[in-house]
Design a protein around this ligand. Structure first.
Ligand code: AMP
Length: 174
């Protein structure tokens, strides 16, 4: 609808970044637009209003733009997932496959309480590899993945197929 198209107009598409063939969805042009930023945050908050969620996990780095405001509106805590070597206390980590090679993500070992219902938030759902890895991290600590929320979903990459059984919401679809 019009509202979604307006938001899409605020997202800059950069061809061949960070490498040839990738069409990069740059949300910085949305973030710097006052009304756009407010709309995105309001929409995510609205989607999860009243949901049974005990903690919101954000994925470094662009997930941090959106996860804390959802946590704030639910009056629950925010938990950062980070690249290796950044978190100071005891961590748990997960390794996941990239197009070439592997990568790792970490979380503090005491960040999630067993039984907590966790919402995972990131900017873009692409192949789903990152979100799947973070869901594993949460579950390994005894958390339950209550949902996965994104601003943008790249439908043609079929990331949802890696995330079957989870409640997935994306504000904008390409
Ligand atoms: P994936 O693991 O393939 O779902 O990739 C998800 C992560 O990569 C997200 O954290 C996104 O920020 C980033 N990402 C992947 N593809 C794009 C894209 N075309 N434009 C912007 N960000 C992307």
């Amino acid at each position: 609808k019009d509202f979604m198209n307006h938001l899409k107009q605020l997202i800059r598409e950069v061809p061949d970044f960070p490498k040839p063939g990738i069409n990069f969805y740059d949300i910085t042009t949305l973030l710097k637009d006052g009304a756009g930023l407010r709309s995105v945050i309001d929409s995510l908050n609205e989607r999860y209003k009243g949901a049974a969620i005990d903690a919101v996990v954000g994925i470094e780095a662009r997930g941090y733009f959106f996860a804390p405001t959802v946590a704030y509106s639910l009056s629950v805590g925010f938990v950062p997932v980070r690249k290796p070597g950044k978190l100071p206390a005891k961590t748990v980590e997960v390794e996941y496959a990239l197009e070439y090679g592997t990568d790792k993500l970490t979380m503090h070992a005491d960040a999630i309480e067993p039984g907590q219902r966790v919402l995972i938030v990131d900017d873009v759902l692409a192949t789903g590899g990152t979100a799947q890895a973070v869901a594993q991290l949460v579950e390994r600590q005894g958390g339950k993945v209550a949902g996965l929320g994104f601003v943008i979903e790249l439908d043609f990459l079929e990331g949802r197929k890696k995330l079957t059984g989870y409640d997935i919401f994306s504000l904008l679809h390409y």
